[in-house]
Design a protein around this ligand. Structure first.
Ligand code: NAP
Ligand code: ZN
Ligand code: ZN
Length: 349
């Protein structure tokens, strides 16, 4: 076993506290990563607060993990000690089902193994990245270019791949009109990718103070969602809208903006069902779809694309003792645009 220390939630209501625990003894295919930075995803907050149900405590959250390799198992081929490495939302899957065989492990037919708030194949509780180290099979560990700022890479491991994957799958690109709903951690990466792929991008936001940033991040147009006239001007015109909102909101407003065969893709995960108007759906033969993170091959492809095109997250670096403040600001949509924890601030004792 290897010793780890981090911050854990002990229940849904209390602030996270320092927490010592053990991780599995590294096996022949495992990589040990000393964690340098860990992003704060809204999914961490949903799970810490048990908003989706079924949370397991104590819980060390964190699935936007970057650092350096400190040990490799005898069968590891992709990494050597000292390399940069990243870990995202999943750390294992059945490996043999049809979806795993095509490296869409996030859709493993037996269920992917999450980085935290889940159990490994032996039933042990897994802990995430608000910690000093992690042990992960090399298949679920990614290479990170030296060209990119390491702290700003962390959010690519979840916010990045979760928006890259649907943008690729539904072919955001030149000649396409693409909408992004919600300018938070996921939203700002969706905007950067859609812009980079050459689409005409419209950012929808509830926050008037984000208009200038949205333009800087790549939006061709910005629409304030409560301005119904401004929204209505876009009726029936979008090929694809990616909805990155964390809280309950009206989907029909965005369905009505899709052109013939247009697609509204949900990546945001509000904790309650969202009503859909059948009339908004049948008009223009619209599709309402969802997508979750990306497979291992696509995650590496996304990181390589980001290195080639110099794309990282816009981050606010924070310290581990300020988690409560960071969580409150994320919930208030007041982060520009992702908090990343500097793990050097973890108490040494
Ligand atoms: P975030 O940084 O908090 O961003 C969410 C954004 O949604 C906010 O910045 C805000 O944007 C908008 N928003 C918040 N409350 C709203 C409301 N009541 N009505 C309308 N808009 C509202 O969160 P995130 O980390 O990007 O995560 C977003 C969601 O995606 C979460 O539910 C998370 O769990 C989920 N998620 C899913 C996956 C997946 O695999 N599918 C992966 C990661 C995260 P404006 O200020 O611009 O309005
Ligand atoms: Zn996440
Ligand atoms: Zn599988």
């Amino acid at each position: 076993m290897i010793q780890s220390k981090g911050y854990a939630a002990l229940d849904p209501k209390s602030p996270l506290v320092p927490f010592s625990f053990e991780r599995r003894e590294p096996g022949s295919n495992d990589v040990v990563v000393e964690i340098a930075y860990s992003g704060i995803c809204h999914s961490d907050i949903h799970q810490v607060r048990d908003e989706w149900g079924g949370s397991i405590y104590p819980m060390v959250p964190g699935h936007e993990i970057v650092g350096h390799v400190t040990a490799v198992g005898s069968a590891v081929t992709k990494f050597k000690v000292g390399d940069r490495a990243g870990v995202g939302v999943m750390v294992d899957s059945c490996r043999v089902c049809d979806n795993c065989k095509i490296q869409s492990e996030q859709y493993c037919m037996k269920g992917m193994t999450p980085t935290y708030n889940g159990r490994d194949k032996d039933g042990n509780i897994l802990q995430g990245g608000y910690a000093n180290n992690i042990v992960v099979d090399e298949r679920w560990t990614y290479s990170i270019s030296q060209k990119l700022d390491l702290a700003a890479v962390a959010p690519l491991l979840c916010a990045g791949i979760t928006t890259y994957s649907p943008m690729r799958h539904w072919k955001a690109g030149k000649g396409k009109k693409v909408g992004v709903v919600g300018l938070g951690g996921l939203g700002h990466m969706a905007l950067k990718f859609a812009h980079s792929f050459g689409a005409h991008v419209v950012q929808f936001t509830t926050s008037e103070n984000k208009i200038a940033d949205a333009k800087r991040l790549g939006a061709d147009e910005v629409v304030i969602t409560k301005d119904s006239d401004a929204v209505a001007k876009h009726a029936g015109s979008f090929d694809l809208i990616v909805d990155c909102v964390s809280a309950p909101h009206d989907l029909n407003q965005f369905l009505s903006l899709l052109r013939l065969d247009g697609t509204l893709c949900l990546v945001g995960l509000p904790e309650v069902p969202l009503p859909v108007s059948p009339f908004a759906l049948i008009t223009n033969r619209r599709s309402l779809v969802g997508s979750t993170i990306g497979g291992t091959a696509e995650t590496q492809e996304m990181l390589d694309y980001c290195a080639e095109h110099n794309i990282v997250s816009d981050i606010e670096l924070t310290s581990i003792d300020k988690l409560a403040e960071a969580y409150e600001r994320v919930v208030k949509s007041d982060v520009k645009y992702r908090f990343v924890i500097d793990m050097a601030t973890l108490p040494k004792t």
